[in-house]
Design a binder for this molecule. Structure first.
Ligand code: 5AD
Length: 376
């Protein structure tokens, strides 16, 4: 069997290699894996971490994903939707802080009123970024509003203005279809299917978005082999960006009885997954998930040290933060945006990276695909 040191010299990895990397357990070997992922991230992406100011627009949701604390069936969740003014204020805050990009997320709705509202928000933020902040093409925008029709994706893309920095995050959650079905077997409106999720990702690519996906790590019933297949799936889908974080139990969800992994083991598995993915997919942007912070304070810097090159600081107004509780013990719900910005700067300083201010921050993967298509 190959040694870890031998594996870390390779640039192409078989399924068996990926499994070996993912299963690394000896602490010194884990450190070697993370260090190699960090080194390769530097080679391809430089020393910069891109920031996206995250605005959690609403926790109203018409679906019932069993893992999620804001699922429709959670009667205890206090529902909110931010006003246009609140959203613009949050976006203004992010742009003032020099984040070249905002990320907009909410619970999932497909009704015309919601679709119109998101369209208006995209147009208003774009307008503000050009007129108030002098960003010629407009700021970057990452949307995360679940599965929608191709028409809706196109309307939002047009409203967001800058098609060179237009992104959408839609996690597949797991590539194990049986597990996917179990996670999405709640009672809400028509439940999710894996096939529809893949179709949505294809529609997003057609609509010109930089496409991001990802999975939860450590889901009850998920195996390490599943995680390796997740990585292979990311490659098949040719995604530009990834967001992956630990699965954390949620009291508002419907999976409490299934428990969750022990925290230390879950942190290790998450870091192993981030680093193994980085080795397999050197050119994609990988975000250090907020969920890492629930495992250990400051753990997003460990994400960076394992190969992540994006962070999404929360700039949602403090009044509604505690209500966007996807999982238990979400960190930062008490914080004002100001203290967050300081915290993030500290986290980055610890890693030796620099914050990429005033940059759009598209992935190398996307930029090379674009150049490729210009030549063709
Ligand atoms: N633990 C970890 N991540 C979760 N998400 C939702 N619920 C949980 C949970 N209990 C993640 C999902 C979703 C994203 C918005 O939040 O992966 O795609």
């Amino acid at each position: 069997m190959k040694s870890l040191a031998e594996l870390l010299q390779q640039s192409a990895f078989s399924e068996a290699d990926l499994l070996r990397l993912l299963k690394t357990s000896d602490p010194a070997q884990c450190q070697a894996l993370y260090a190699e992922a960090f080194r390769r991230t530097t080679l391809v992406h430089g020393n910069t971490i891109y920031f996206r100011g995250l605005i959690e627009i609403s926790n109203i949701c018409v679906y019932d994903c069993r893992y999620c604390g804001i699922r429709k069936g959670n009667a205890a969740a206090r529902r909110y939707t931010l006003s246009m003014d609140e959203i613009l204020e949050a976006a203004r805050y992010a742009l003032k802080a020099g984040y070249g990009s905002v990320a907009l997320q909410s619970g999932e709705r497909n009704d015309p009123k919601f679709i119109d509202f998101i369209e208006e928000i995209c147009a208003a933020i774009h307008d503000m970024s050009v007129k108030e902040f002098g960003i010629a093409q407009g700021c970057g925008m990452t949307l995360s509003f679940g599965e929608q029709t191709p028409q809706t994706y196109e309307r939002w893309a047009a409203a967001a203005g800058n098609r060179n920095a237009l992104r959408y995050l839609l996690r597949i959650e797991t590539s194990n279809q049986k597990l996917f079905a179990r996670l999405h077997s709640g009672q809400g409106k028509a439940q999710k299917t894996y096939a529809a999720r893949l179709q949505a990702l294809a529609d997003l690519r057609n609509a010109g978005y930089q496409v991001g996906t990802g999975v939860m790590i450590g889901i009850p019933g998920q195996t390490e082999e599943d995680l390796v297949r997740d990585i292979l799936t990311f490659r098949e889908l040719d995604v530009d960006m990834l967001g992956m974080g630990p699965y954390l139990v949620s009291h508002g969800g419907a999976m409490i009885d299934e428990g969750m992994m022990q925290k230390d083991a879950l942190l290790r598995l998450t870091r192993n997954m981030l680093s193994t993915t980085r080795l397999a997919l050197p050119t994609v942007n990988i975000a250090a998930a907020t969920a890492l912070e629930t495992l250990q304070t400051g753990a997003r810097s460990l994400g960076v040290l394992s190969g992540c090159n994006v962070m999404m600081p929360n700039v949602t107004p403090q009044r509604t933060r505690a209500s966007y509780q996807l999982y238990d013990n979400k960190q930062g719900t008490e914080a004002e945006p100001d203290s967050n910005v300081m915290l993030e700067a500290e986290l980055i300083a610890k890693t030796g990276r620099k914050i990429g201010r005033h940059l759009l921050g598209s992935s190398v993967h996307f930029r090379s695909r674009q150049e490729g298509s210009k030549q063709n």
